[in-house]
Design a protein around this ligand. Structure first.
Ligand code: ZN
Length: 246
């Protein structure tokens, strides 16, 4: 089975469209590690798409915040503004659908899907030190997670832990062959707001039979999204950061 693994769409429909086109339908199912909404100008379009397209999905912290399940005090002022904007613009049906999303981690056909870490959906696993605290508690050899918006992740093999590399700026993708002895935490990266200094939308394709994960990047029209963010009255900083991938 081939899975399109996606995360952190954050209401960015243009980036999602680019990922779907770039992946060319070379997958059987789509699995999402959370944060469909928050920050971006198209939360309803993203949720409408998610309802009919996703094989498995969990909630992220922004999904929770934008449907009233989270106290906004934990967010910085820009994220608070964007959450309130999203809350006002979500249709009642989409609001209810987001509220009903399960929290991670969940098991999907032999692998784990989490938003932050499998121990805590809000925990950022951004460094090898962060990952070291999590590896002992993983359920199974492969966990996909999001939340940090940093494509890549970590592998533990024979007691040694290493960070996985992502495609360079001049590469469209990078293939990883999974070692059957190793344990992986893999972050497909963020579709809607990458923060690894690469503005291209990030995703992964997991081939469970071949035991391969391909980390991919898709160019999209971030200028169009920046304009939409400004026209919608969302904080302009949210559009500016798309250009930088920060
Ligand atoms: Zn996110």
């Amino acid at each position: 089975m081939r899975y399109l693994i996606i995360s952190d769409l954050h209401g960015n429909y243009e980036a999602l469209e680019a990922v779907l086109e770039d992946s060319g339908g070379r997958y059987d199912q789509i699995v999402c590690c959370g944060d469909l909404v928050g920050y971006g100008p198209d939360p309803n379009r993203i949720v409408e798409w998610a309802k009919v397209s996703l094989f498995a999905v969990i909630r992220g912290n922004h999904d929770r915040a934008c449907c009233g399940l989270e106290d906004l005090e934990w967010f910085n002022p820009v994220a608070q503004d964007a959450s309130r904007w999203t809350m006002r613009h979500l249709t009642r049906e989409n609001h209810e659908w987001l509220r009903a999303l399960p929290s991670g981690p969940i098991q999907v056909n032999g692998f784990t899907v989490a938003h932050g870490s499998p121990l805590d959906e809000d925990e950022y696993v951004a460094s090898l030190d962060d990952a070291a605290n999590v590896f002992d508690y993983l359920n199974g050899a492969i966990t996909f997670f999001g939340h940090t918006h940093l494509q890549g992740g970590f592998v533990q093999t024979h007691g040694r832990r290493v960070a996985l590399v992502r495609p360079r700026r001049d590469e469209p993708s990078l293939r990883l062959r999974l070692d059957s002895e190793a344990v992986y935490m893999i972050n497909p990266g963020s579709i809607g707001q990458p923060r690894d200094a690469d503005p291209r939308a990030a995703y992964a394709v997991f081939d469970s039979e071949a035991r391969e994960v391909t980390l991919c990047r898709a160019v999209y029209d971030w200028q169009a999204v920046r304009r939409k963010i400004e026209e919608a009255g969302l904080p302009p900083a949210l559009g500016q950061r798309l250009a930088l991938g920060r």
